[in-house]
Design a protein around this ligand. Structure first.
Ligand code: ZN
Ligand code: ZN
Ligand code: ZN
Ligand code: ZN
Length: 569
């Protein structure tokens, strides 16, 4: 993984001229002929397109070298194919009692990788000081699988050579990172059951320093393993995917669609999908960070985790207002203003030039919002009710300060509030909470549409989520409106009410149809939008039949009334 350079401008092709193709010497056979690896003069290695690539196309798909679930997900997903537990539940490894599988097929397929891990997990558990420390972290388990993989395939195997070829930033890492890597190395040694440096040799490591080096390479090249609806479920390593450099305005995304007809032996299949059109010679970029947050937060995370300063197209662009740091015009002319900052509290509407006189109050609201967001995130799992109370109190404060739905921290707070409402709905559903979830989801979608491109997976999943919420049976509908009654719902600035009855179903259908189109891009046209796309298509079929029943019901009622002479013919 390397430093991003601007894309989509003439400088890019100059970059191609300044770079030369890299010989892969038999490695990365999973790369398609549409892509090549080039080495820039001062930009490092990267993947470049040979052909024109259209939005929604799958560049390639590959199974990561290693993937592990995070500890809280071990009982909910299969440790081999990483699919969610089937309806009949998962089967547990009877030896270590920590790892779960779909069935015997997945368990057998994983045995070569799990064999050593199984004994290590038992040993770790036997020595654990307390039950909540009875399983090592996902990073330790992932490193274990990498080292046993090196031992199993051999030091000269393609598997090991691809892994060793990944770039590390060890030489330029801050001392704090070096310390945490050393700490991790101690845990890994304990997990492997190694008692002397000589025992590191079968793993291709000559010294403890080599292990720290491997850990640094691991840290800068780890990807988040996600469910088909983007829930983070673990981590994985793919040396071929690690060739893709970073941009905060990426033209490709990495997703795990879990294509309904794929073989479980191929899963988890990591897909690289085009979300912005690519021309021949363009470099292919993915984002290593959340691109919906402002530049300073992205730069901070990139520096801390990957140790580089991003000079991507988004980071260098001079725009009047970034929707990630924007507030509405104080005169409500429909224009927006840049948020005031500590350094510069003079700001005005870009459209009518009205000056924001409440800059101090806006700065306070942003600060309170940021602190509240951190607090609510830390409470999300431990005390969701308290977290929800916090987000419920803060959202009106930040909104009334004038922040737009896409501005930080309002967008992140809205997302968190929605997650909290969704988990509340999962246990008990009431009309009020359902309606609030729908309004919150609509706000979240409005914010996202200003910061992420059409067809971005996060956006596509958010639209699908809204469609599903609208399609939920109302516990106590307020009123029944006719099918063609228009609704103010799509203009969120207006009323607080959500539509009900057939109007709601019709809106649900429209939303799911929009979700189907965005999912088709986000998870690849070739996968039909993956598992998320399949669910949405099924939802559309159900709704169409439900709306059909409503319409038939109304038509029959009218005909009955006519027959009874109550309505003029
Ligand atoms: Zn499985
Ligand atoms: Zn086991
Ligand atoms: Zn950037
Ligand atoms: Zn204005």
């Amino acid at each position: 993984m390397e430093i991003a350079r601007p894309q989509g401008n003439p400088a890019v092709n100059a970059e191609v001229e300044n770079s030369k193709p890299v010989s892969l010497s038999g490695l990365h056979k999973d790369l398609p002929s549409t892509l090549e690896v080039r080495q820039g003069k001062d930009t490092g290695r990267g993947l470049y397109a040979r052909d024109r690539l259209v939005v929604g196309s799958i560049l390639f798909a590959t199974r990561p070298h290693v993937s592990v679930l995070s500890t809280p997900q071990l009982e909910s997903y299969c440790s081999y194919c990483c699919s969610a537990a089937p309806s009949q539940g998962l089967k547990r490894c009877t030896r270590c009692r920590k790892i779960w599988y779909c069935n015997a097929t997945c368990q057998n397929a994983d045995w070569a990788e799990h064999k050593h891990e199984c004994s290590a997990l038992q040993r770790w558990q036997a020595n654990a000081p307390s039950p909540d420390l009875s399983i090592p972290s996902d990073a330790i388990r992932c490193l274990g699988r990498i080292l046993w993989g090196i031992q199993r395939t051999g030091l000269d195997s393609i598997w090991t050579r691809e892994f060793s070829g990944m770039q590390s930033h060890r030489s330029s890492l801050p001392p704090s990172a070096f310390e945490s890597h050393t700490h991790l190395a101690h845990s890994v040694v304990r997990y492997l059951g190694i008692s002397s440096p000589a025992e590191l040799a079968p793993f291709g490591l000559a010294s403890a320093g080599d292990l720290v080096d491997l850990i640094s390479r691991f840290t800068t090249n780890t990807f988040t393993l996600t469910s088909p609806s983007l829930t983070p479920v673990g981590i994985c390593i793919s040396p071929t995917m690690a060739l893709v450099n970073h941009s905060c305005e990426p033209n490709v995304v990495m997703v795990f669609p879990h294509t309904p007809n794929a073989l479980s032996s191929q899963e988890p299949l990591m897909h690289l999908i085009v979300i912005r059109e690519i021309s021949p010679g363009d470099q292919v970029f993915v984002s290593y960070v959340d691109t919906s947050v402002p530049r300073d937060l992205r730069q901070k995370e990139l520096k801390e985790t990957y140790n580089f300063v991003c000079h991507c197209s988004l980071c260098i662009r001079q725009t009047e207002v970034d929707p990630r740091t924007a507030m509405s015009c104080p005169k409500s002319c429909g224009g927006i203003c840049p948020l005031p900052t500590e350094e510069n509290d003079v700001t005005q509407c870009v459209k009518c030039k009205a000056v924001v006189t409440s800059a101090g109050a806006v700065l306070d609201a942003v600060r309170v919002g940021n602190e509240g967001l951190q607090k609510a995130i830390s409470l999300q799992v431990k005390d969701p009710a308290k977290a929800k109370q916090l987000t419920s109190n803060l959202i009106p404060i930040i909104t009334s300060a004038g922040l737009t739905p896409s501005a930080h921290p309002l967008l992140a707070m809205t997302r968190l509030h929605l997650e909290l409402l969704l988990s509340a709905i999962a246990t008990s559903i009431s009309q009020d909470v359902l309606d609030e979830a729908i309004r919150t989801s609509a706000k979240y979608n409005e914010g996202l549409s200003n910061v992420l491109p059409y067809g971005h997976p996060v956006r596509a999943i958010a639209v699908a989520e809204l469609g599903k919420l609208l399609a939920v049976d109302e516990p106590s509908p307020r009123h029944i409106s006719s099918l063609d009654e228009s609704t103010q719902f799509t203009q969120p600035a207006q009323s607080q009410s959500t539509p009900s009855g057939p109007t709601r179903l019709k809106l649900a259908l429209e939303t799911l149809i929009r979700a189907r189109e965005e999912l088709n891009i986000a998870f690849g046209k070739g996968t039909g939008g993956g598992l998320a796309g399949k669910e949405v298509r099924e939802g559309i079929v159900r709704l169409e039949s439900e709306i059909g029943q409503w319409t038939r019901g109304i038509r029959n009622a009218i005909e009955d009334a006519r027959a009874a002479g109550k309505i003029a013919k």
